[in-house]
Design a protein around this ligand. Structure first.
Ligand code: HEC
Length: 109
């Protein structure tokens, strides 16, 4: 009984961020919401030990540190020279997911 209650709660409160993953924009989890955004849009340049000395954004610690200190959000929202470099701006929803995750103290969930 309790299992079904929890299950139906989960189903009711989740909304789909894309067809492959389940993500609550209001209460985003690192694994379902935040990490896929970095994997899709950032990791191509911000991987570990890259030869250009670009800071890595390849795991939880690196992403959390740079989201909490504000550099990531500044970089994706600035008018000119925004990240992803020479790429397409992140969607409003993707930006909101990162901002909401930061608001929630950037949990590893
Ligand atoms: C095509 C390569 C590329 C991609 C993709 C990319 N970056 Fe960058 N990023 C760079 C380079 C190169 C720098 C070093 C500074 C510069 O050249 O602008 C940089 C610097 C940064 C910095 C340091 C502050 C700054 O702008 O100087 C942040 C934060 C950052 N990137 C975040 C991101 C995030 C978040 C994403 C994904 C949404 C992303 N980057 C995607 C190449 C990239």
């Amino acid at each position: 009984m309790r299992f079904f209650l929890i299950l139906s709660l989960l189903v009711m409160t989740s909304c789909t961020y894309n067809e492959l993953s389940v993500c609550e924009t209001d209460n985003p989890s690192f694994n379902d919401c935040v990490e896929p955004i970095f994997e899709k849009n950032c990791i191509g340049c911000h991987f570990q030990n890259n030869s250009n000395g670009i800071m890595p954004l390849s795991n939880f610690q690196e992403i959390q540190y740079n989201v909490i200190n504000g550099t990531v959000i500044e970089s994706i929202k600035r008018e000119v020279g925004f990240m992803p470099k020479n790429g397409e701006r992140l969607s409003a929803e993707e930006i909101l997911i990162i901002e909401n995750w930061k608001e929630n103290d950037a949990p590893n969930n």
